[in-house]
Design a protein around this ligand. Structure first.
Ligand code: HEM
Ligand code: HEM
Length: 149
């Protein structure tokens, strides 16, 4: 039991990272679907269900929380294991993903008929974020291999 706890020392932490990442990707997919619905209902001047916008907002907030959790896990785990940061491309890619996520959430709060640029910014950031998510998963999975027995 004790050996299982400290042998692959930080494996449990990276398992939480993998699960949070899976949830983040699910959240991203749901945001894509509910976001597309928001966009179609607006451009076609159709009524949207009252719960659609709060749902999109709620899932968005959850995704921001998950990404910040991943950042915290990554920094705490890396400092705990190496005592320093910056061991691979995973660090810059991770920071980029956190930045894009915060930019997306901020741009969402700016969306209004008076600020059409906020919509484009929100959509643009989210497309780049998809690429970022894929890169951070690949680089994260690569560094996890170092911890596997
Ligand atoms: C980071 C978390 C996110 C938050 C807090 C958020 C929030 C919002 C808000 C408040 C709106 C405006 C809704 C309205 O017009 O009434 C919106 C629109 C939209 N969002 Fe998000 N969102 C997030 C992430 C995403 C993601 C990841 C995607 C795509 C995968 C996405 C796609 C869209 C689309 C397509 C629209 C409609 C834009 C339009 O009407 O032109 N959102 N979002
Ligand atoms: C939004 C997603 C993520 C963010 C923001 C993030 C962020 C970070 C950061 C900032 C570090 C410190 C890197 C360094 O200083 O070299 C780190 C380390 C690490 N992350 Fe992530 N991460 C994410 C996703 C993942 C995923 C999906 C995995 C794999 C399951 C993962 C596994 C790791 C591992 C194993 C390390 C230790 C680095 C090493 O040994 O070189 N991360 N993460």
């Amino acid at each position: 039991m004790i050996a299982a706890l400290n042998l692959p020392s930080f494996l449990w932490l990276w398992k939480i990272a993998a699960w949070s990442m899976g949830l983040s990707l699910c959240a991203y997919g749901l945001l894509g679907v509910t976001g597309a619905w928001l966009l179609v209902s607006r451009s076609a001047h159709q009524p949207r269900p009252w719960w659609l916008r709060p749902l999109h907002y709620g899932i968005g907030g959850t995704m921001v929380g998950l990404v910040l959790l991943l950042l915290a896990i990554g920094i705490v785990g890396t400092l705990g294991h190496f005592g320093s940061l910056g061991h691979s491309a995973h660090l810059p890619v991770g920071l980029l993903v956190v930045g894009l996520t915060l930019l997306s959430a901020w741009s969402a709060t700016q969306i209004s008929p008076e600020r059409p640029w906020a919509r484009s910014l929100h959509l643009g950031t989210n497309l780049v974020l998809l690429v970022g998510f894929i890169c951070v998963s690949l680089t994260g999975w690569t560094v996890v291999q170092k911890y596997l027995p």
